[in-house]
Write a protein that binds this ligand. Structure first.
Ligand SMILES: [Zn+2]
Length: 277
């Protein structure tokens, strides 16, 4: 699933491709892709819209339109946005096509069909459940300590909770916990102040590295989790220290990386560098 670095890459790379461009017409071939309004009204309202500004909140992409409306995109498992020439044949799993005023088109492709688009006047209700952004001032040590205090849930599960910190998912949670030397199943409330500080820094570090490498691309072909708006893969998968490296040597100590399931998610860690207590 695309996480903060992948969505941030989209925002940065879509902006120069779409800013000022007008949508001549939109078509939706899988109506459930459109969360709000319904597909018919989405098609009617998108025609004539012009892209103005580009931002991100957690894993949500916010494409601001000159009309004041916002097109919100959540890629979920396998959603992709692509900008291609108008005469490029539309591939399978393309659920939304927006023809632009520059002989290009914006495509939403999604093999697993969990991705969603919203066209709304006010994005706030859709984003209401999100906690602080990981680089914002309100995601600080006091905040993190207060949120972890007394919690018996595994720290990995809390890192995946978008109300704790917005944008972290399975990849970056595993990579952050490894860098912090914290076992993913540790009770969140058992972390001491030094561990919380190390984890806080590690979360920011892995997300920053992920953005610098234009995100992580996993899997192959149409089930690939993520590719950049021009179709190229990201590069952070080359930097993984534990994620999907089961039985490969830990880059720090050489012990085999172990895979367990935490919060129903495949979880990768080094049993030596991340002791359970
Ligand atoms: Zn190790």
């Amino acid at each position: 699933m695309p996480e903060l670095p992948e969505v941030e890459t989209y925002v940065q790379e879509l902006a120069p491709l779409l800013r000022g461009r007008q949508v001549l017409e939109a078509a939706v071939t899988w109506p459930r892709t459109i969360a709000l309004p319904d597909a018919e009204n989405f098609v009617a309202q998108m025609a004539g819209q012009r892209f103005a500004d580009f931002s991100r909140r957690g894993k949500y992409m916010l494409l601001g339109l000159e009309s004041g409306l916002t097109l919100i995109v959540h890629l979920r498992m396998t959603g992709h946005l692509l900008v291609v020439a108008d005469d490029v044949a539309v591939a399978v799993h393309t659920h939304v096509v927006m023809r632009l005023d520059n002989r290009q088109k914006l495509l939403f492709q999604d093999a697993r069909k969990f991705g969603r688009l919203w066209l709304v006047a006010d994005p706030a209700p859709i984003l209401a459940e999100l906690g602080p952004e990981p680089f914002a001032a309100d995601f600080n040590l006091d905040y993190l300590a207060a949120r972890l205090h007394g919690r018996s849930a595994p720290i990995k599960a809390l890192l995946l909770d978008q109300s704790l910190v917005a944008g972290v998912g399975n990849i970056y949670a595993d990579e952050a916990l490894f860098r912090a030397g914290i076992h993913p199943q540790r009770a969140a409330g058992s972390l001491d102040a030094a561990e919380i500080a190390t984890l806080h820094a590690a979360i920011q570090e892995v997300l920053m590295l992920g953005i610098a490498k234009a995100g992580s691309s996993l899997g192959g072909s149409s089930l690939q989790n993520y590719s950049r708006p021009g179709g190229a893969p990201g590069g952070f998968q080359e930097e993984f220290k534990v994620f999907r490296r089961t039985n490969q040597p830990c880059p720090q100590c050489g012990a085999p990386i172990t895979r367990i399931v935490v919060a129903q998610r495949g979880t990768h860690f080094c049993p030596h560098c991340q002791p359970s207590a």
